[in-house]
Design a binder for this molecule. Structure first.
Ligand code: DGY
Length: 325
């Protein structure tokens, strides 16, 4: 008898093929997230589950799913899961670190450059058919090369973003709870308090996990410390920034622009954000390459096989924020 697996949302074909071969699926997943009742029903029937960051796994759901032994989160972030409740009930929770580090760092840079150099506005102009030709004052953006890059959260993704800045000859400042150990820190990365990083950086990019401590880490006061010429980039989690305060800061030219892949309430960004030209908005695609998504699925399945086979899960999460992003 194959163990029963619940998958909340359709995964890339190669992952689904392995899942169908090794497990009995509670049901064939759809390409949309299940409603909370359907999610709970699916989890209650399964020995193991793969859920996504849009599935809210609360205390009640965890306690209702008595048969479930492992919840494999198809993401590196796991703020969607009540970890304390899972631990209390002995439910193993895993995530998908490493395989999306480069992918997310690449996307961060795409967003950073698109925001500073007004790529989306340029594309819109050409497509509109109203472009009248080259002009010395058209779509003037900001230089990135040689500027100061402030990285909040120097975990795997933060470091990968920092490494990519070398080609742009940037000064890298970073902030997190503790400075990096000398062995893992490039000699050119400089530790700063959050306050100093915000004051000194030309581009601030966020790479901390969402935890109770990092919720609204950047609010009105912090955004007010940034240079009026600075850009804010967020490919981590929306609620790390107070979205209302960010809209105020953008509207009053307290910062120059923002590149966002994540929002406080997905999939509904603050309504004013969509009206601001100095903002580039992406639909949470940080890890969205076929290879990364296949690898994320493989990690989920490996963790599930380990746990159901009585072995430790390679990517078990033990505490909030322990692994960074
Ligand atoms: C993650 O893995 O946490 C990402 O946000 C998914 O794209």
């Amino acid at each position: 008898m194959r163990p029963t697996l619940y998958i909340s949302c359709l995964l890339p074909n190669p992952v689904m093929a392995i899942a169908r071969e090794r497990f009995h699926l509670v049901q064939e997943p759809l390409n949309t997230l299940p409603c909370p009742a359907a999610l709970r029903e699916g989890l209650c029937q399964a020995d193991a589950a793969i859920v996504t960051l849009g599935d809210r796994i609360d205390t009640e759901t965890i306690h209702a799913a008595t048969r479930l032994k492992i919840l494999a989160n198809y993401a590196v972030g796991y703020n969607n899961i009540d970890l304390a409740a899972a631990q209390q009930r002995g439910l193993i929770v895993t995530n998908t670190p490493d395989v999306l580090t480069d992918t997310t760092a690449d996307l961060t840079w795409a967003l950073l450059l698109a925001t500073a150099r007004r790529i989306v506005e340029g594309d819109t102009l050409v497509r509109s058919g109203t472009w009248t030709g080259w002009s010395p004052t058209q779509l003037l953006g900001a230089d990135v090369s040689g500027k100061v890059l402030g990285i909040i959260g120097m975990g795997r993704i933060g470091q990968a973003v920092a490494q990519r800045s070398m080609g742009f000859r940037m000064t890298v400042l970073y902030h997190q709870r503790q400075p990096l150990a000398a062995a893992t820190c490039s000699q050119t990365w400089q530790y700063r308090s959050l306050h100093a990083l915000l004051e000194e950086s030309d581009i601030v990019t966020i790479h901390v996990p969402l935890t109770p401590d990092t919720r609204h880490l950047l609010g009105a006061r912090e955004l007010g410390l940034m240079k009026p010429t600075a850009f804010l980039i967020n490919t981590a989690r929306g609620p790390i920034v107070d979205e209302g305060a960010m809209v105020e800061a953008l509207t009053h030219d307290m910062i120059a622009g923002a590149g966002l892949d994540v929002y406080e309430e997905e999939p509904a960004p603050h309504p004013l954000l969509t009206r601001l030209q100095q903002v580039v908005l992406l639909p949470h695609i940080g890890s969205a390459t076929l290879q990364a998504r296949i690898n994320m699925g493989r990690i989920c399945l490996d963790n599930i096989q380990a746990v159901l086979g009585g072995r430790p899960a390679p990517n078990q999460i033990h505490e909030y924020g322990g692994c960074g992003t």
